[in-house]
Design a protein around this ligand. Structure first.
Ligand code: NAD
Length: 276
């Protein structure tokens, strides 16, 4: 297989998802429905500014509306909750995204619980987490949902195969493992207390690296012929790429998929709220 064929092209799959969302949004526009995504940004974290900016830009490109609500870093819990309540009650708003991380004085879990589950386009509300666990229709976390789309559209079989997820966060690792389980993979989750990480990850036919630790995954962690999805910047270099059969590039891997799935979730929320 050539290097080009080995790449699991997140950018290409994300573009396909965006095009599908844009087509569905155009159909809705004919019924005078324009989905709207509202982002809440507390404090001026530069990385969060970039993420929120690109979410707003992509919404506009796909024909959706978006608003960004900027609050100062010193915002109190009751002030943020009042904004979430207002967005929950606003019939114009289909999707609410509270950009994480929030400043320390704020109770993130309480805020995520406050978002109307029907507008929870990040899929972080306990109601949506529970529905995902039960494999019932729900708004699903965008990063793992995007990875599942990538694997499916690239024809990566999962049923009966050994999948290893490195990372157990609520945002990526845990929902990723649950989604792989529902796709009938045999799933192992590794985390910061896992002993002999390489011995476990070498068992993987599909390896999802989502630990947020640079250079965590080297050649000794990857089995010959494995499919590797790099959610952060985990690879040491190109040496282990030689062993993998299919691998995501960084950038151009998972990042664009996450935003594409956010758009798909906003569309889904807009339709579900109107029984369409
Ligand atoms: P997190 O910090 O919340 O969780 C990291 C997880 O990795 C923890 O469960 C921890 O136990 C595990 N871990 C830490 N060190 C480890 C080690 N040495 N060995 C094994 N496991 C270890 O991070 P997160 O929010 O889940 O994000 C994970 C990564 O994915 C980050 O690099 C983040 O930037 C990236 N990410 C990318 C996107 C995207 O769209 N591209 C979206 C979300 C997250």
């Amino acid at each position: 297989m050539s290097d080009d064929q080995r790449i699991l092209d997140g950018s290409r799959v994300a573009a396909a998802i965006r095009a599908e969302v844009a087509a569905a949004v155009a159909e809705l526009a004919a019924r005078a429905v324009v989905p709207r995504l509202d982002a809440v940004l507390v404090g001026g974290d530069p990385a969060s500014e970039v993420y929120v900016g690109s979410k707003a830009r992509t919404s506009a490109e796909l024909g959706m509306r978006s608003e960004t609500h900027r609050l100062p870093a010193a915002t109190r819990q009751d002030e943020l909750e009042a904004l979430v309540d207002r967005l929950n009650a606003d019939p114009e708003v289909d999707g609410i995204l509270v950009q994480l991380p929030l400043p320390r004085q704020l109770d993130t879990a309480a805020i995520l619980r406050r978002v109307d589950p029907a507008k929870d386009v990040d899929g972080f509300h306990p109601m949506n987490v529970g529905l995902l666990q039960q494999n019932r229709p729900a708004l699903r976390p965008c990063t793992p949902a995007g990875i599942m789309e990538l694997l499916e559209r690239e024809g990566i079989a999962l049923a009966g195969r050994r999948a290893v997820v490195v990372g157990r966060s609520d945002i990526v690792g845990k929902p990723m493992a649950v989604m792989l389980l529902h796709a009938h993979a045999t799933v192992t989750i590794c985390h910061s207390r896992t002993r002999d990480l390489a011995a476990v990850t070498r068992e993987a036919e599909v390896l999802i690296a989502a630990a947020g630790v640079c250079a965590l995954i080297g050649p000794e962690h990857v089995a010959e012929g494995a499919v590797v999805v790099d959610v952060g910047m985990h690879r040491v270099g190109d040496r282990e790429t030689a062993k993998a059969s299919r691998i995501t590039p960084v950038p151009g891997g998972v990042g664009p998929l996450t935003i594409a799935m956010l758009m798909a979730n906003t569309l889904a929320a807009a339709k579900a709220r109107r029984d369409l």
